[in-house]
Design a protein around this ligand. Structure first.
Ligand SMILES: [Zn+2]
Length: 251
């Protein structure tokens, strides 16, 4: 039985992924979902997963920050040929907070690209890992329309949209921000533990600790959630691990 799963990591962003895998294993993290954020990083996610089988599980996708830089046709073609053995399509989504995303036509392009990846996920019957910053309603609408399962990763939007996300059957992930962000706490107070995944989004910078994260920091997320929900940390680990195993259909 797995003890902990980090459900969203950019493993290719580490200088020494092998060392990170070793430390994560040693600290009781029993699986890591390795998301791609571009064609190049999706390729690396897939390679790393081959190198660490039954530990790193790959997801392929293009992060909304990259949509104008990437050859989307080429990436979709790559996904179609390489989704076998992957557990999800992601990280994909919308982000209207970037300065470059102010113009309407850029936002429309983001939605078009997001829809294409959602359709691929639906066609291949895979869940999605969704980035939705400052585009919460549109992300929910497109994901619901595509009829996919998935997780709203690091959701920190309004509570009424969160209710729509939960009603539509999606999971929502908690990150180390649940220890310091009032918004993240409010989201997790509202989300039943049966619909929570835990993740570090590492190697993202942890501003409360002044350093970059690794999957080992998943413990911080579990402890903060346990405190918030007045649960035993072992119970938080057990339920969120089972949630991730179900969503990503881990063998
Ligand atoms: Zn991410």
């Amino acid at each position: 039985m797995r003890r902990l799963i980090d459900s969203h990591v950019h493993m290719e962003s580490f200088d020494d992924p092998g060392a990170v895998v070793q430390r994560s294993r040693d600290s009781g993290v029993d699986a890591v979902i390795c998301v791609g954020g571009s064609l190049e990083s999706s390729k690396v996610a897939k390679q790393l997963a081959r190198k660490y089988p039954d530990y790193l599980y790959p997801a392929l996708g293009v992060h909304p920050s990259e949509v104008l830089k990437e050859d989307i046709d080429a990436t979709v073609a790559y996904l179609r040929e390489n989704l076998d053995g992957c557990v999800a399509v992601g990280e994909i989504g919308l982000d209207y907070a970037y300065p470059f995303a102010k113009p309407k036509d850029v936002r429309a392009r983001m939605r078009e690209v997001f829809s294409r990846f959602l359709n691929v996920a639906s066609e291949y019957d895979l869940p999605v890992s969704i980035h939705s910053r400052s585009a919460y309603r549109d992300s929910l609408e497109l994901a619901t329309g595509a009829g996919v399962e998935g997780v709203f990763h690091w959701y920190d939007g309004p509570i009424n949209t969160l209710r729509g996300i939960l009603d539509a059957g999606f999971y929502v992930s908690a990150t180390p921000s649940v220890a310091y962000s009032k918004g993240a706490m409010a989201v997790m107070e509202e989300t039943p533990i049966e619909r929570v995944l835990v993740e570090t989004d590492s190697p993202v910078y942890l501003r409360n600790l002044g350093r970059r994260s690794t999957p080992v920091d998943i413990k911080l997320v579990v402890d903060a959630l346990a405190e918030l929900k007045e649960m035993d940390p072992s119970e938080v680990s057990r339920v969120t691990t089972r949630n991730a195993e179900m969503l990503f259909r881990l063998p």
